[in-house]
Ligand binder design. Structure first.
Ligand SMILES: Nc1nc2c(ncn2[C@@H]2O[C@H](COP(=O)(O)OP(=O)(O)OP(=O)(O)O)[C@@H](O)[C@H]2O)c(=O)[nH]1
Ligand SMILES: [Mg+2]
Ligand SMILES: [Zn+2]
Length: 329
């Protein structure tokens, strides 16, 4: 499976005519950076295998034994210590506090919080133009989690070549742009919108999120030509999970970092309370409601009016509220 692979990188270096490195040996530059305890950035997590960027080199660096119980996720800033012997690897000895986190739970009844990406500036929710409805429900969930975790949410409606009528996409754009959501429309097949997507991610750390088959890895491969991520044979209907690990790569033309993630079936918000939900729905947070800690769910005197929020967004809010209360799916 294509991913950042130290051995493959070493092969490339050999082809470059640079001196070949033996076994696990680090370059002197990387070793010097590690010895200075320079902060490294986690760029790949594939099951237990963690790769970090130190300076401009990617090296494998598992968690040190003393870090048992800690997890490192893509985007984490870490300190690593040098290998203790010839066969050893550098090891992560500290995960620095995270500025932002994008988390989800398995479903709304669970509190098994998993971090998808740390320290990203924005999450780009990829929707399939030919499966918009399921995508929008997913988007509403990600927007809440991103707001809680301190990231911006943007949208990329991909697979636009597969739909003749673009009005539903434009209608959605009109619903979400006023909420501060940047909106892009792309096709990984025709190349439509790729330049605009590139500008969206310029200069920052972005992570893709979306259902399986919406085209995250296809877009990633266009934005990071050397990525060669495996893409699925079918689209969102197949539900096949092609990508199984998260990986960050640099987009040098716009100095951006982009994270490809595995598709997820559900985006649970199981650690949130109804109050959190109300606070992280921007239309509701902006309400001038005089009631303390109101969740705008029929309380007498609540300022919620139908003018304040799109009916579909209100319906979505009420569905999420019910689901968090364990009332309905
Ligand atoms: N027609 C069309 N097909 C696309 C487009 N983008 C992706 N596809 C196809 O959709 C399928 C799924 O694409 P992937 O890039 O693997 O999707 P993914 O979101 O990475 O899926 P997971 O890794 O499973 O989460 C592949 O067959 C792609 O060729 C597009 O813009 N138009
Ligand atoms: Mg993928
Ligand atoms: Zn209220």
């Amino acid at each position: 499976m294509p991913r950042i692979d130290i051995d493959a990188l070493e092969d490339e270096w050999e082809e470059d005519g640079r001196p070949a490195r033996r076994g696990r040996q680090l370059s002197p530059a990387a070793r010097a950076r590690i010895e200075r305890l320079e902060v490294a950035r986690v760029v790949g997590v594939d099951r237990g295998r963690v790769t970090v960027l130190i300076g401009d080199e990617v090296v494998e660096a598992p968690l040190a034994g003393t870090m048992r119980g800690t997890k490192a996720v893509v985007g984490d800033r870490v300190r690593i210590r040098p290998p203790r012997h010839e066969q050893d690897l550098p090891r992560i000895v500290e995960v620095l506090p995270r500025d932002t986190v994008l988390t989800r739970t398995g479903d709304d009844a669970q509190d098994d919080e998993r971090i998808l990406v740390a320290n990203a500036d924005q999450v780009v929710v990829v929707l399939a133009a030919d499966h918009l409805e399921a995508g929008v429900r997913f988007l509403d969930r990600v927007m809440v989690s991103a707001s809680v975790g301190g990231l911006d949410t943007a949208v990329c409606v991909n697979r636009i070549d597969l739909v003749d009528d673009q009005r539903p996409v434009e209608e959605l754009r009109g619903r979400y742009e006023p909420l501060g959501v940047d909106w892009r429309v792309t096709s990984a097949v025709t190349g439509e919108g790729i330049d605009e997507l590139t500008m969206l991610i310029a200069g920052c750390w972005s992570a893709f999120a979306g259902h399986s088959g919406v085209g995250k890895s296809s877009l990633f491969n266009l934005l990071v030509p050397e990525a060669e991520r495996e893409v699925g044979e079918i689209g969102p209907r197949g539900g096949r999970h092609t990508t199984t690990s998260s990986m960050a790569m640099h987009v040098p033309t716009v100095d951006a970092w982009l994270v490809d993630t595995p598709g997820v079936r559900s985006f649970g918000l199981g650690t949130l309370t109804p109050r959190d939900l109300a606070r992280h729905f921007p239309e509701l947070a902006a309400l001038d409601c005089a009631l303390d800690d109101c969740i705008h769910d029929g309380e007498p005197g609540c300022a919620l009016s139908s003018a304040a929020i799109h009916p579909e967004r209100l319906a979505s809010y009420r569905r999420l509220l019910a689901s968090l209360r364990g009332e309905a799916a």
